[in-house]
Ligand binder design. Structure first.
Ligand code: HEC
Length: 95
């Protein structure tokens, strides 16, 4: 009986931990979203307005293709920055 209760408790703990991990995952945390937004403002608005981007609706693949194309035009992004920006774009302007 006692053993079962302990097992149940550790199951509950595991679920709770997985849940809090999911909530703070880098793809959706509000910090990561804020960083993605500032990357957009700082790296993507020198040639055209932000409106060109915020009016668009693309799935993640579409955004990836677009960002790579913009990089060929001169946008500088590290791999980590590209990931943050893509997560932000796909979440905020996805379809
Ligand atoms: C070096 C100048 C430059 C920078 C910086 C730039 N773009 Fe662009 N962008 C362009 C030009 C020129 C066009 C129009 C021609 C074209 O679509 O290739 C364009 C068009 C677009 C379009 C509309 C066309 C489409 O494919 O939907 C989107 C969306 C876009 N850019 C997103 C971005 C994003 C996101 C960034 C930042 C990562 C960015 N741009 C930074 C030059 C730039």
């Amino acid at each position: 009986m006692k053993k079962k209760k302990a097992l149940f408790l550790s199951f509950v703990m595991a679920v709770a931990m997985a849940f809090s991990l999911a909530l703070s995952s880098p793809a959706t945390s509000s910090d990561a979203m804020a960083e993605g937004e500032s990357l957009l403002q700082n790296r993507c608005t020198s040639c055209h307005g932000a409106g060109k981007i915020t009016r668009a609706k693309k799935d993640r693949n579409g955004w990836e293709r677009t960002v790579r194309r913009m990089e060929q035009k001169g946008v500088q992004l590290t791999d980590a920055e590209r990931t943050l920006l893509l997560n932000y774009l796909a979440t905020s302007y996805g379809k």
